[in-house]
Each structure stands twice: as structure tokens, then as C-alpha cells.
Design a binder for this molecule. Structure first.
Ligand SMILES: *[C@@H]1O[C@H](CO)[C@@H](O)[C@H](O)[C@H]1NC(C)=O
Ligand SMILES: *[C@@H]1O[C@H](CO)[C@@H](O)[C@H](O)[C@H]1NC(C)=O
Ligand SMILES: *[C@@H]1O[C@H](CO)[C@@H](O)[C@H](O)[C@H]1NC(C)=O
Ligand SMILES: *[C@@H]1O[C@H](CO)[C@@H](O)[C@H](O)[C@H]1NC(C)=O
Ligand SMILES: *[C@@H]1O[C@H](CO)[C@@H](O)[C@H](O)[C@H]1NC(C)=O
Ligand SMILES: *[C@@H]1O[C@H](CO)[C@@H](O)[C@H](O)[C@H]1NC(C)=O
Ligand SMILES: *[C@@H]1O[C@H](CO)[C@@H](O)[C@H](O)[C@H]1NC(C)=O
Ligand SMILES: *[C@@H]1O[C@H](CO)[C@@H](O)[C@H](O)[C@H]1NC(C)=O
Length: 446
């Protein structure tokens, strides 16, 4: 009996410290995403043909991130020409500035900028300005959601003084997609891109291919967190709310309903709409994910997953939610979302990705004074009787991501508890907490 008294109680403050330490450690290592270790955006620059005054190239921006998409206002690509090249013309995209073309008397180039900034065309661009795989206003789907819309491609006719074909790739590539979170490698020589013609019976290849890989870092993006998780279960009447100050602290007084968040502006042209206005809450997150363990059947169990948008001026088109939970190892059914299983690091860390159903709930609309914008689904899990348990928060998610961003989880010691919590249970809770942090630690080190 006395041992129970001796057992130290990890205070929430201690746990928070631990969590902060883990996150700091992540920052120092400039962590890539452990749940999508190969994710990147690859920029491929193909030289297709030589011309009398330079060459014609094709640039393809391919999003290989499984669950991070490029949303409105879309990507913005920039590079520096190293040998005074000019852009004669472009199809499927355009340079934002023409620059100083005063050296050209008759034929005027599309852009003479030394560092052109390139944007995608709008979907309604005229036929003459299009190219294959263009014109989605810079929006790229996540790879696991819709591969056919995960890339952008445009044609570029480049004027170059070089006549022996020893072209050099442009330097200092930057990709805003749409924020500043991406870091791109220099263009490196790569195997020429091959494509098949004549119904796949003949393969042709381009003259030269350069590739650059861009990776996302939340540290570089330097944005305020956007998302948190709240939890509840049928066996406990109390709801575990999002940790307070998950995405910033509430500055307005308690009686006001509209709060302002400090956020970077997505684009200067967007300044007409005020993106930082959200419904006031203790967590101040623009997005809240709620996981409710609804029912426990004999062979199945059911969860209600709800994603709420606290923004007053912002809709999320083609949103996605990633959930890590061992229950996804069994067959599951989501009733109102589209879903897919993603490869997981190891057994027990199964990942499922959810997104909206076309013409039904792909748009997570903004909130108004009277209505909360949300999307919701029931998920039915098949029960693995070996591992299924309601104790120690097993039925709750391990990690949740919204649009590629990690959502702030409540600490395990605040999870909804089974009634009659006894010593055995709190002991296992310690184990769980230990495992939880060990897990974090291991993932950070990977
Ligand atoms: C980028 O992602 C693709 C697809 O996952 C992968 O094949 C490639 O190796 C990645 N590139 C780098 C440099 O990691
Ligand atoms: C434009 O370029 C020409 C030739 O390089 C140069 O002489 C002229 O000063 C430039 N004009 C401006 C406004 O920079
Ligand atoms: C589109 O094409 C028209 C003529 O075909 C041209 O005048 C216009 O500049 C082009 N727009 C862009 C953005 O390239
Ligand atoms: C690329 O950027 C670096 C640092 O900003 C600069 O030192 C270098 O001169 C740039 N290279 C070119 C070709 O502009
Ligand atoms: C809180 O704000 C409301 C309206 O914005 C105001 O009427 C009220 O006096 C404020 N309360 C405090 C304690 O500042
Ligand atoms: C957004 O609204 C807040 C308060 O409602 C205001 O302080 C801020 O200046 C606005 N920002 C823009 C870009 O309009
Ligand atoms: C969000 O969607 C709603 C409903 O479709 C629309 O009324 C509203 O204008 C949209 N808001 C923004 C910022 O686009
Ligand atoms: C689910 O998503 C895939 C890929 O985006 C799509 O092809 C399919 O039609 C979607 N199913 C529903 C029911 O929306």
C-alpha cells in the first residue's frame, strides 16, 4: 500500500516542459516530417529542343507530399539566370514582370528580368496560352489525395547567347507554396526525362534534364500553429478540450466573440480579406479536430470525427486530415469522407488519410456569428479483440494532422478516463505516457 503513496505524480507542468523540450529538439534538428519521410516537391527542368536563338524547355512542379497540398493563392517560382538569358515566350504560366527589354528592337521577349517570378495561369486561360498540365492557378493536390492534380507543368522558350548547347541551369530557386516554408536544392543534372509515344511502343527522351528538390520545414515557414485536437468518449461525460493557448493566447476579453490572430499574410493581393479573424476560444486555433469515441459494439467500435473551422474569413478547399491510430490496422469504413490508408513506419502506427467527397464536403466553410463551419463523419472500426481496449486512452488518436500541419494534442493525463479509475489504470497511464514520449523521441531522432 505504501508504494502507491510514494509514487511520484507527474504534474502537468512537468509534462508540458517535457513536450516543449521534445519540440525544441525537433526544431534544432530541423525535422522533416517523420510521417512522410520522402515527401518533397520536385522541380524538373527539361530542355526539349534547341532553337536558333536558344531552346524550348518544359518545367514541371510535382508535389510528392502525401498529405501536404499547395493551396490558394498557389505556388510562386523564382530563379536567377546565370548568363543573361531572356524568356521569349511562355505557355501554361507567366512571368510577373517584363523587366528592361530595351535592347530588343523588333521581337520583344516575354521577360528580360534577371530573376523572373513565375505564376501559374488561371483555369480559364485562353487555349493559345495553355500547355499540357497547366492552369490550375498554382494549386496542387496532395499525392495521396489526387495524383492527377498533384503537378503543374509549363513551357518556356529561352533566349540564350550560348551556341554550343552548354546551357547552365538557373540558380537560386525559390518556391513559395504559397508561404515561405520551402527550401530548394540547386538544379542538378539528372537522367533525361523519357516519355512514350505511338501508344507506348516508342520511347523518346529530352536533350537534358535538371532537377531541384524542395522540402518543407515548419521552422522555415515560421507560421503560427493552425490546429488542435479535443477528445471525448461515451464512457466519460467530460470533454477534454484543446490545450489552452495551443495556437496563441486569447487577448480579447472573455465577452468578445471575434478575435485576431497574428499570422503572416498569404499574399499581398489578398489583403482585402482579413484572414486573421477567428472565433474567440481558449485555444485560438483556426481549426479544431474533435475525436469522439461513440459506441462500443461486440465486433466493431465507432468514432465521430469532426473538423471545425473557426475562421471568419477563410474556407479550406480540398482539406485533408491524417490520423495515426492502431485501429486503422483493421478494416475501417468512413461514412462521409473519402479515405485511404497510408504506409506507416511500423506496426501499431497505422495512418489513415481523410478528405472530402466531391460535391458534398470538399469545402470546409468559414464560421459566421451564428454558425460554425464544420465537416464530420462517423468511422466504423473492425475490432481486433487482441488489442482493443477502452482503457488508457487506447481508442484516442496518437497524432492528427490538418493539411499537413501537426495538430496540438491534449496531454495524456487529461484524456477522458474510464469510470472507477484505479491504481492499475494510472500505472498503465504512466507506461503510456512514457511510450508516448519515447515515440516522439525516436521519431525525432530518425
Ligand atoms: C522526392 O520524392 C520522390 C517520391 O517520393 C522520391 O522518389 C525522391 O527520391 C525524393 N527526392 C529526394 C531528393 O528525396
Ligand atoms: C535598360 O537596359 C539598358 C541596357 O542594358 C540600360 O542601358 C538602361 O539603362 C536600362 N534602363 C533602366 C531603366 O534600367
Ligand atoms: C495570352 O495570349 C495572348 C495572345 O495569344 C497574349 O496577348 C497574352 O499576352 C497571353 N497572356 C499571357 C498571360 O501569356
Ligand atoms: C544566389 O544567392 C546567393 C545568396 O543570396 C548569392 O550570394 C549568389 O550570388 C546568388 N547567385 C546568383 C547566380 O545570383
Ligand atoms: C469586454 O468587451 C466588451 C465589448 O467589446 C465591453 O463592453 C466590456 O466592457 C469589456 N469588458 C472588460 C472587462 O474589459
Ligand atoms: C484585420 O482585422 C483586425 C481587427 O479586426 C485589424 O486589427 C487588422 O488591422 C486587420 N488586418 C487587415 C490586413 O485588414
Ligand atoms: C466561403 O464559402 C462560403 C459558402 O460557399 C461563401 O459564402 C464565402 O464567401 C466563402 N468565403 C471566402 C473567404 O471565400
Ligand atoms: C475519392 O477520392 C478519389 C481521388 O481523389 C476520387 O477519384 C474518388 O472519386 C473519390 N470518391 C468519392 C466518393 O468522392
Amino acid at each position: 500500500m505504501w508504494m502507491r503513496e510514494m509514487k511520484p505524480n507527474p504534474s502537468p507542468a512537468f509534462l508540458s516542459l517535457f513536450l516543449v523540450a521534445s519540440i525544441m529538439c525537433c526544431y534544432v534538428a530541423d525535422c522533416y516530417d517523420p510521417l512522410d519521410p520522402n515527401g518533397n516537391i520536385t522541380i524538373t527542368y527539361d530542355i526539349q529542343t534547341w532553337t536558333t536563338r536558344g531552346y524550348v524547355g518544359r518545367v514541371t512542379i510535382q508535389n510528392y507530399y502525401q498529405f501536404r497540398h499547395v493551396e490558394n493563392p498557389g505556388w510562386k517560382l523564382a530563379w536567377t539566370w546565370t548568363r543573361g538569358e531572356v524568356i521569349w515566350s511562355m505557355n501554361g504560366a507567366f512571368a510577373t514582370e517584363q523587366g528592361n527589354c530595351s535592347l530588343f528592337k523588333f521581337d520583344i521577349p516575354h521577360s528580360c528580368e534577371e530573376r523572373p517570378v513565375i505564376l501559374d495561369l488561371m483555369p480559364e486561360a485562353s487555349l493559345g496560352n495553355r500547355s499540357e498540365g497547366c492552369c490550375r492557378s498554382g494549386v496542387l493536390s496532395a499525392w495521396a489525395v489526387d495524383r492527377s492534380k498533384s503537378f503543374s507543368s509549363f513551357e518556356i522558350s529561352v533566349g540564350s547567347k550560348d551556341e554550343d548547347g552548354n546551357e547552365l541551369p538557373p540558380a537560386n530557386i525559390t518556391l513559395m507554396a504559397p508561404g515561405p516554408g520551402y527550401t530548394c536544392s540547386p538544379f542538378l543534372d539528372s537522367h533525361p526525362t523519357v516519355s512514350s509515344v505511338i501508344d507506348g511502343k516508342r520511347e523518346v527522351q529530352v536533350f537534358r534534364t535538371w532537377k531541384s528538390t524542395c522540402t518543407y520545414s515548419i521552422f522555415v515557414d515560421n507560421k503560427t500553429p493552425v490546429c488542435c485536437v479535443s477528445l471525448s468518449a461515451f464512457y466519460n461525460p467530460s470533454i477534454t478540450p484543446c490545450p489552452s493557448c495551443s495556437c496563441g493566447c486569447r487577448k480579447a476579453n472573455k465577452s468578445s466573440v471575434q478575435c485576431t490572430r497574428d499570422e503572416y499574410q498569404l499574399s499581398s493581393s489578398d489583403s482585402a480579406t482579413n484572414l486573421s479573424s477567428v472565433r474567440c476560444s481558449d485555444h485560438m486555433c483556426p481549426v479544431r479536430v474533435h475525436w469522439h469515441v461513440e459506441t462500443n459494439y461486440i465486433n466493431h467500435w465507432r468514432v465521430k470525427l469532426t473538423v471545425s473551422n473557426y475562421n471568419y474569413n477563410r474556407n479550406y478547399s480540398n482539406w485533408n486530415i491524417l490520423v495515426q491510430h492502431p485501429g486503422f490496422g483493421q478494416s475501417t469504413e468512413a461514412f462521409s469522407f473519402n479515405s485511404s490508408q497510408l504506409p506507416s513506419l511500423r506496426y501499431g502506427d497505422e495512418l489513415a488519410l481523410f478528405w472530402g467527397i466531391e460535391n458534398f464536403n470538399t469545402e470546409l466553410v468559414q464560421s459566421t456569428e451564428s454558425n460554425m463551419g464544420y465537416v464530420t463523419t462517423d468511422i466504423l472500426f473492425e475490432k481486433d479483440l487482441e488489442s482493443f481496449t477502452l482503457s488508457n486512452g487506447w481508442a484516442l488518436p496518437r497524432r492528427v494532422y490538418f493539411n499537413g500541419d501537426n495538430c496540438h494534442m491534449p496531454l495524456p493525463d487529461t484524456f477522458p478516463m474510464l469510470p472507477n479509475g484505479n491504481t492499475k489504470q494510472s500505472l498503465s497511464l504512466y507506461l503510456f505516457i512514457l511510450l508516448f514520449f519515447f515515440d516522439l523521441f525516436v521519431l525525432v531522432k530518425v
